[in-house]
Write a protein that binds this ligand. Structure first.
Ligand SMILES: [Fe+2]
Length: 453
């Protein structure tokens, strides 16, 4: 991230603190139609035209270290196998044979999952599944095989016995951004890095290439996937939801929202006055201190914890604010100088979402994963509590969206990241395919930040 952008964001925060209403001329959004969150018809349009055409996070490149390494991906009712070939390139194939079997049989990984249960604050218990171990797997004989026909395919998906005929395996697009592997069912989609622009430039400072997967947690939430994603796109909830947790040290009045192309976005929220003072900052916009390092060294230990090394290239703004990026449609990442989680929302049906948060940290080397270290347990459990608070509201939100009394969801200037997503949903489906009363007008065009870094 260039210094000029950091300065501009600082200016934007000053403006946010000073303003008494939305900026002059900023469009007033109509309510977002509730039907978008509860109608099967709209969900079907999303499944058909959005999820099949968009870049989606799949896994990490270091999980497939050598030729023949593979990982399975099974979301959106679409089983996929990702394979590394002899030249080191990754390929993604549909993992279903013409007769409905698998080329690569899924594993019973239930033994890898643990469970955390939260009871407080809930009508029913909230359960999180946890996973700390991520087996690296290799294809036996280095080939993919159709169990019915016996046809064998090489790591590029080409049939190996041409005499029996047969096509190559059906492939999806598979590309890598700084070590994060993404797939896309649309063979004509624009390249991943172009689609993600400007996130790769602005997140370059995290040196994603060197990061490593350490932990995954997941839970099922009875709400539409957009309820989950949108909960991370506004700041109003900070005050009432995160009051007890560490995040209450933020000042949402100063938050600045960046609406980026393709439905992506960015949010920078300054620390509260008190938190800034306690951290030794001269004021809320003094980004010269490394408060994150100061905090972790007093709370945990003086020696660096494996996997929690400081990423030196991370800028002062990230260290002295709450900074988060969103990649359309389902990825949110609240970043830090020691790594970052991806929060991912996967639709199961119109009212059910699989929500995951996957943590990436600095590489701890050849030894065993440090995930059981006290410092790591504190950090992951602390983040779980924040996620518990964030997810608590989602089922009740869906309940009100399901009520016939609610026709639409009001959205304000401060919530324009949500509107940005809604516009992108419609652009991907094609507005002409959407019933008029479910469409949102395209209003944010002039406000999209198209500068690069
Ligand atoms: Fe939150």
């Amino acid at each position: 991230m260039k210094e000029a952008l950091v300065e501009r964001l600082k200016e934007e925060i000053r403006y946010e603190f000073s303003r008494e209403g939305p900026p002059e001329g900023f469009p007033k959004f109509p309510d977002i139609p509730a039907g978008r969150y509860r109608e099967e018809g709209f969900f079907d349009l999303e499944m058909k035209h959005l999820w099949t055409k968009v870049w989606l996070y799949a896994n990490r490149q270091e999980e497939l270290p050598e030729p023949g390494s593979y990982q399975l991906w099974d979301y959106l009712h679409t089983p996929v196998v990702i394979v590394r070939d002899e030249e080191g390139l990754l390929h993604a194939f549909y993992n279903t044979t013409p007769s409905g079997k698998y080329y690569v049989e899924p594993h019973d990984d239930s033994g890898l999952y643990g469970e955390r249960v939260f009871e407080e604050g809930y009508e029913t218990k909230q359960r999180f599944q946890t996973q700390d171990e991520f087996p690296r797997r290799s294809l036996s004989d280095g080939v993919l095989k159709d169990p019915d026909t016996g046809q064998v395919y090489d790591l590029k998906g080409q049939p190996l016995s041409p005499t029996t005929g047969g096509d190559s395996l059906r492939e999806l697009r598979c590309e890598v951004w700084d070590g994060w592997v993404f797939i896309n069912q649309d063979l004509n989609a624009e390249p991943l890095l172009e689609w993600m622009h400007p996130l790769p430039e602005q997140m370059e400072m995290f040196q994603g290439e060197k990061l490593r997967l350490i932990n995954k947690r997941r839970t099922i939430i009875p709400c539409n996937w957009k309820v989950t994603v949108e909960a991370f796109q506004e700041v109003y909830h900070f005050k009432h939801i995160h009051q007890k947790a560490g995040v209450s040290g933020l000042d949402q009045r100063g938050a600045t929202m960046g609406v980026l192309p393709n439905g992506h976005s960015r949010m920078i929220t300054p620390l509260s006055k008190r938190a800034a003072e306690m951290s030794g900052m001269e004021d809320q916009l003094d980004w010269s201190k490394d408060i994150m390092r100061a905090l972790s060294s007093t709370q945990v230990s003086e020696v660096p914890v494996p996997g929690m090394e400081d990423i030196e290239t991370v800028n002062g703004m990230t260290r002295c604010t709450s900074t988060a990026f969103s990649a359309f449609p389902n990825l949110v990442t609240p970043v830090a100088a020691t790594g970052l989680p991806f929060l991912l929302a996967w639709p199961i049906d119109v009212r059910t979402t699989l929500f995951e948060w996957v943590t990436f940290c600095t590489d701890w080397g050849d030894g065993p994963s440090p995930v059981t270290d006290e410092a790591w347990q504190m950090r992951l459990n602390g983040f779980d509590s924040v996620m518990e608070e964030d997810t608590r509201n989602m089922a009740p939100m869906q309940k009100s969206l399901d009520s016939p009394g609610l026709v639409g969801m009001p959205t304000s200037y401060q919530e324009r990241r949500i509107w940005n997503c809604a516009e992108q949903v419609d652009r991907m489906i094609g507005p002409e395919k959407i019933r008029e009363d479910l469409r949102v007008p395209q209003l944010l065009g002039p406000y999209i930040d198209r500068s690069s870094s």
